[in-house]
Design a protein. Sequence first.
Length: 189
Amino acid sequence: MKGKLLIFSAPSGSGKTTIVKHLLTKGYGLEFSVSATSRALRGNEVDGKDYYFLSPEEFKRRVDNHEFLEWEEVYSGVYYGTLLSEVERIREKGNHVVFDVDVVGGCNIKKHYGKEALSVFVQPPSVEELKNRLLNRSTDSDEVIATRIAKAEHEISFAPLFDVILINDRLEDAFHEVEEIVQQFLGIA
């Protein structure tokens, strides 16, 4: 039996990656779908583990070859996407696919897979709190943070399109709530 799909989207800094990493430790038969991107590596990121890092030219070639389930130019000249081969590789093993994608990608995956997928929007308690989290992360310049905040305000408008809105105010509470949501969707509660 093919696995189901769990889609997590959120503005940058909302905690979705932390929540996804937590879920992956729970033993629910989950496997992370590694996205592809044309942006440069950050910090300790590893190609093939955090993302498949492609040149913009290679990314566009794969788009032209219809190798992506979804893709988006998230920032000018910076592409992110989900390779179809990655999704099917995981599903064919019977594992459930976990996505950590931008909101447009999340909506596109949900549209493609329908009831086989659960879409979760991880929302910060406020835009001000989001700004504090991005500043404390110390991985981006002030200019990049300002761009991310402007984008976050737009992305939050997509929240109603998701099956579940998970407000990440206190991380431990978010962990507990997301475990219950996922167990129910996968029928393992």
